[in-house]
Write a protein that binds this ligand. Sequence first.
Ligand code: PEP
Ligand code: CO
Length: 447
Amino acid sequence: MTDTWAPDSWRATTALQQPQWPEPEVVEEVLKELRVLPPLVFAGEARRLKTALASVAKGDAFLLQAGDCAESFRDFTADAIRDKLKVILQMAVVLTYASGLPVVKVGRIAGQFAKPRSRNEESMDGLDLPSFRGHAVNDNIFDADSRRADPRRLLRAYNQSAATLNLIRAFTKGGYADLNQIHTWNQEFVAGSRQGQRYLQIARQIERSLRFMAACGIDLGTDSALHEVDLYTSHEALLLEFEEALTRQDSLTGDWYDCSAHFLWIGERTRDPEGAHVHFLTGVHNPVAVKIGPKTTPAELTELLERLDPDREPGRLTFITRLGASEVEDKLPKLIQTVKDLNREVVWVCDPMHGNTFTADSGYKTRRFDAILTEIKTFFVVHQQEGTVPGGVHLELTAQDVTECLGGAEEILDSQLVHRYEALCDPRLNARQSLDLAFEIGEMLQA
Ligand code: PEP
Ligand code: CO
């Protein structure tokens, strides 16, 4: 496969879910510009993540992949980025404290701007318009002008990703993610809640341990592990023209890397083993993932393994199962069995979000906290029964005090969804629900 591969060889195959750009000449201009812009991430960083994922596959680390369903061109401030980081850092502390395992942190961030859609058109009040496909393609506002696909948005997506990454690098390496700051990651609206109080207890215990070690004469100032974290970036590699333009040859190894993010995944709607998305990712050396829905057959899973990880490289391939709380118990064992029968190792990750979406009586697209929890619990139980490793979770969340998912310790009711429903695409857990979930997962890891 890879001997005939080039960054643009996907063009000879069928690419689903690509935008219908009305101005082809502008697309060419934009891609020409993107092809010479600096890479967003570096090959060495992607290799480091691959090594970290290899230890996740062995059960020596746990993966937390989280962020918005769709990032927004509008919700783009330093505060919003800092707050997302806070939630991820808080959840990681809770998980590490419970499990004693390092947590590999990956954001759906700095590039998650393109959405696959089940329907090409959306209807409202008798008007049919093209569906919203993410801010890299069109606007979510429901009018003809906003919904027109505009290739210039690809450049804006690149620029916002670069600015977001710049801030992430500053926050994670410049003192903000220092364990001595652990108190400040508790946001105001979380701090007053039961989960916020529980977090505070852990924070105090960690601070006490740090003081104890310092008193014993251990020099805590020199170990970067206490003062910095790695937050890797990821998004769905959906818009292949964009991904192609950001694909560069590593000067050290000569290998191709998609330098738009460290970690790229293929969505449930574009995972055809013969399709363009799988073909494209066969040739890049980043760690890659595929979303696995309940209709996935053993034959498809086998094809995906053989195409995406022909060299059986540790950490290369992740399967993100998104089967739904009601189907996971039935479907997951067969999927795991297929991989075991081939004597293969992958990273198994649970996305408890996308198999549990429904429209509430109020008309809002939502998810129940309990269904999310049930899918994760069942994922852990099945892996334990099969003797395989439940490697991590893939979540849609936000740091804001939104009301998009039902339930949680401080229960959100259907009648409250209207209060603060701000999702561009799928409903997200708010910061309290996210922390709540982290404590629950922590208990599963402990058990
Ligand atoms: C998503 O992750 O937002 C998504 C569309 O997921 P899936 O491809 O699993 O439906
Ligand atoms: Co989503």
